[in-house]
Design a protein around this ligand. Sequence first.
Ligand SMILES: [Zn+2]
Length: 468
Amino acid sequence: MEIQFLGAAREVTGSCHMVRCGDRRLLIDCGLIQGAPADEARNRAPFPFTAGDIDAVVLTHAHLDHSGRLPLLVKAGFRGPVYTHRATRDLCHIMLKDAAFLNEKDAEHENRRRQREGKRPVEPRYTHSDAEKAMRQFQVFDYHIERQILPGIRVTLQDAGHILGSAIVELWLEENGRRRKLAFSGDLGHAGAPILRNPEAVREADLVVLESTYGDREHRAWKDTLAELGEVFREARRGDGNILIPAFAIGRTQELIYFLKNHGREWGIDQWTIFLDSPMAIEATEVYARHWKLFDTETTRRRKKDGDTFTMPNLHFSRTPAQSMAINRVRAGAIIIAGSGMCTGGRIRHHFKHNLWREQCHVIFAGFQARGTLGRQLVDGAKTVRLWDETIRVAAKIHTVGGLSAHAGQSGLLNWYRNFNRHPAVALVHGEPEPMDALARRLRALRASVLTPEATQRIDLLSLPRAR
Ligand SMILES: [Zn+2]
């Protein structure tokens, strides 16, 4: 009986852990490695196991760094079920389809270049039909229901509060009468975030596999973040331009709509016309709306009182390219929410072209901007940017609003661990070495024995002391 860390080991993306129990093999997550081109290239390497030998996958949530290699796994011969929450299935359908579309487009672009160079064409990483095939292997769960998924292996999903459908995975293993229990945090949500519930407590485990993305940091208080956001809208109201918000399709977009709706009068939002200009974000918002039973108490209360969480009389969904292009004619009074979140692609770049050079306009960044992205250049104060071989002057006011994170900060992670009885051992994953080591120190102070496994490292679960 063992666990092997195959991804997100001392790094943030590419989550994948293999659990062996008897002659069964189970993967927890099968995520894409994201980041610089050299990191992305690692996705093309074959899996360090035979895909056909895997009996099942349990998927914590829909983000691509947890789910994005599933079509590759299926392509490599995996035929078993993918167990996950039903909302995760619905979001994965959007995410994997979109990822496949981008893969196909990238390969097409690359092949045009290769053809001119007289080189052989490359295959897309995976196609739409690979993604569809993977989706057919999904089997859905609700939270809190214990199910035997393989001989000697039972599983329950708890709400992780990170994005819709995100799950903490409890796993009970039995081999020749010997038992161990594992708890995987998945990505843990940021307590107090709107719409979703806070991460649920788990009491018992022999080993906790814990994410550590923000293991060395605290987020700003929610009320400070909201005050800052409100200030930007109030300031913009005095001007004569538009507000652009680059947003991630899943999670952040729905939070922004929630805030705009619920602070409408206070922030003067009713004076603006809001466009959600991203087909993917629109689809994700519809999935959120459909799964309203997963909302927290406050959102449920408001939904009863004010109607649908994501509808407002002045909010318009722009689905088609024509609808998107029509927004270009709006000179003032529009709040435009468009992807991609880091401005590396998507419709936001078109809106930049029409608004960035105008000093009456505002751009609000409400999410992390990775090095090397257009979003990061703007946040760092670039005076000009390049868009489609054109130099655009940056005259719009750039605002960065921190605190809207979908991850728990350091105290959130520690508080979640404190729910466990008898100080179980912890394996830290999903973090850069620095935050991971900072979190390890804090956990050791709570009497936990802490491991920070390297990629491919194994832990013999039977050698762990039982925490119960
Ligand atoms: Zn995530």
